[in-house]
Design a protein around this ligand. Structure first.
Ligand SMILES: Nc1nc2c(ncn2[C@@H]2O[C@H](COP(=O)(O)OP(=O)(O)O)[C@@H](O)[C@H]2O)c(=O)[nH]1
Ligand SMILES: [Mg+2]
Length: 223
């Protein structure tokens, strides 16, 4: 059982004013529409439908918050320890232009000013990673090294092993030039490969000192 199993839908925000209080570490999932953000959150939390809140157009500009929690030390209640944040995808067409203009006030404002933003997972399709909108995001955070980045190369099931090795090596060498705060991995939401690696990385973001280890969501303190 991992901390991420405890994820529960908490709230949606359609404006900066609706964002929940910023007291806990947050991990945001960003990427182009259809890159697999929601599927990734579902795999990470081992909950098949958690992030498929809605596919209805018009609800796509919502930021969705999923709370992570664990038992309190006395074992009697639960306390929130972080948020997973599903961001609206950047669109297919003219994404770069849109993003340069600020993507949107909501998402741009969230990413630029959220004090509790600990890290961002940039979900990309292995067949066409590092599209202009992804690059914009990477560039945006290159001067904000306190926000960690994970470049998640998703849909790795769609390319063969040698292509996987190639795309991973290229991404790793780019990441290494940026610094320790950027990591890269292959992932497949379809085949559920890379889930443990993802959990391990994100746990170090939420819990850098390992204080939550041993207090897994179901464990009682005495156990
Ligand atoms: N082949 C393959 N398809 C995937 C993978 N992850 C997601 N998909 C599919 O890609 C589509 C978009 O996924 P979704 O999670 O809704 O993307 P989002 O728009 O970024 O939230 C869906 O049809 C998923 O089933 C993957 O790892 N491999
Ligand atoms: Mg989605």
């Amino acid at each position: 059982m991992s901390l991420f199993d405890s994820a529960r839908f908490r709230t949606s925000a359609a404006s900066i004013a609706q964002l929940p209080g910023a007291g806990m570490p947050e991990i945001a999932f960003a990427g182009r529409s259809n890159a697999g953000k929601s599927t990734t959150i579902n795999c990470l939390t081992r909950q098949g439908r958690l992030a498929f809140a809605s596919k209805t157009p018009g609800r796509t500009q919502l930021i969705n918050f999923f709370a992570l929690s664990q038992k309190t030390l006395d074992g009697k209640g639960r306390e929130d320890v972080g948020f997973l944040v599903d961001l609206p995808g950047y669109g297919y067409a003219k994404a770069a232009e849109q993003t340069r203009r600020g993507w949107s006030d909501l998402i741009g404002g969230y990413l630029a000013h959220r004090p509790s933003l600990t890290g961002i997972v940039i979900v990309m399709d292995a067949r066409r990673p590092f599209m202009p909108a992804d690059e914009w995001l990477i560039e945006f955070f290159s001067t904000r090294a306190h926000v960690r980045q994970l470049w998640l190369i998703n849909k790795s099931d769609q390319i063969n092993r040698s292509e996987q090795a190639k795309v991973l090596a290229a991404a790793r060498s780019r990441a290494a030039k940026l610094g320790d705060h950027v990591t890269v991995q292959l992932f497949s939401g379809l085949k559920k490969t890379g889930v443990e690696e993802l959990q391990e990385t994100l746990l170090t973001w939420i819990d850098p000192e390992g204080r939550l280890v041993g207090r897994s969501p179901e464990a009682s303190p005495e156990a």
